[in-house]
Write a protein that binds this ligand. Structure first.
Ligand SMILES: NC(=O)c1ccc[n+]([C@@H]2O[C@H](COP(=O)([O-])OP(=O)(O)OC[C@H]3O[C@@H](n4cnc5c(N)ncnc54)[C@H](OP(=O)(O)O)[C@@H]3O)[C@@H](O)[C@H]2O)c1
Length: 321
């Protein structure tokens, strides 16, 4: 039997690499996939290619769709596309709204998918908790989306575009994704590793006490994506799904830093609580975008990792590398 095909857009990024690594490690041939991924600003990193030798790599610019024809020719129509590509740094989106819109709204990708004769590829698209306004706790999927910055606006536009133009999709509104470094290290700083670095040096650091998120462990996001792939590939069920993807804990940056300090045995007096309103980050940031994850847990029969356990696993991986 022909293997099913999974294409990871943005496979060179943080989530993309973790997902590719996990997909490539499925040992049961009956459950494994043909895998391809895309990269953008540089050639695919060698450590990634070495770790997943069976995957095909393609250059792609999502703004134009340039590169998708090569995917059609060499890989064929995917059964599943996981879109992990984005201009994902809110400040970068704020300074270049046109780039944020053209990269984050995957119009060329969706057009490409609809060009196949049987247009039934499952599109799993990464959105964000920043679609919510941030004025209450524990947002639900049906709450109104009122983004406060360009990043959030581009993600809402993407959700609307997909909702209107696709009929087999899952939109994952993810909170901060944390966890171990990737096979080929990503250039951006990772939240837990950054906190560990500054507190470990004995630096006294300011952390926000009044911005709340539900950080999610990267391996949980990978599990969620794999479960969704399975619903389509093994059970043949199409979906039009919006899911909040967060961890079970609503935490501030102070809470996050305290968890790191607690596990590492650092002095918690290094953590200086400040209000987010006291600092200009060049971009509006929603105050409380904690999410209700009941729908995620019920739909996929899955309980995400408690924050403290995910931080412990992240720090253990850092110590082992
Ligand atoms: N990480 C988080 O905490 C977090 C939280 C909430 C939501 N999300 C969302 O989750 C998804 C994955 O996040 P991430 O942290 O893995 O992102 P990331 O590390 O910033 O990776 C972004 C990916 O997008 C690709 N890309 C950038 N511009 C492109 C373009 N013009 N055409 C094609 N590809 C392009 C990059 O390719 P190159 O690197 O090869 O240029 C890279 O593979 C994103 O949608 C993000 O908005 C992330």
């Amino acid at each position: 039997m022909m293997k099913k095909r999974v294409l990871v857009i943005g496979g060179s990024g943080y989530l993309g690499q973790h997902l590719l690594q996990s997909l490539s490690q499925i040992e049961d041939p009956a459950l494994s996939f043909d895998i391809a991924f895309t990269h953008h600003s540089s050639p695919p990193p060698q450590p990634l290619l070495t770790a997943i030798p069976q995957a095909l790599a393609f250059p792609l610019d999502l703004r134009s769709g340039h590169g998708l024809d090569s995917v059609s020719q060499a890989f064929g129509q995917p059964d599943v596309v996981v879109n992990c590509a984005a201009l994902s740094v809110p400040r970068a989106c704020e300074t270049d709204p046109a780039a944020a819109m053209s990269i984050n709204v995957p119009s060329a990708l969706v057009k490409w998918l609809s060009s196949f004769r049987e247009n039934n590829t499952l599109l799993i698209h990464l959105s964000t908790d920043q679609v919510y306004e941030g004025v209450k706790s524990f947002y639900k999927e049906e709450d109104e989306t009122i983004p406060v910055n360009v990043y959030g606006k581009s993600k809402v536009a993407a959700e609307q575009f997909i909702c209107t133009n696709c009929f087999n999709f899952a939109i994952l509104r993810s909170s901060i994704i944390y966890g171990p470094q990737t096979i080929s290290p990503v250039p951006k700083s990772l939240p837990i590793q950054w906190m560990d670095g500054v507190l470990g040096r004995g630096d006294s650091v300011e952390f926000f006490h009044d911005e709340f998120r539900c950080p999610v462990y990267v391996k949980d996001v990978v599990t969620i994506i794999k479960k969704l792939i399975n619903v389509w590939i093994s059970e043949g069920k199409q979906m039009q799904l919006f899911l909040n993807v967060g961890g079970p804990d609503r935490v501030s940056r102070v809470h996050m830093a305290e968890a790191v300090a607690h596990i590492r045995g650092y002095n918690t007096s290094l953590i200086k609580p400040v209000s987010a309103s006291s600092i200009d980050r060049g971009v509006e940031s929603p105050a409380d975008i904690s999410m209700d994850i009941t729908k995620l847990m019920r739909t996929l029969d899955f309980s995400p990792t408690p924050f403290i356990d995910g931080v412990r696993a992240t720090l253990a991986a850092a110590a082992g590398s």
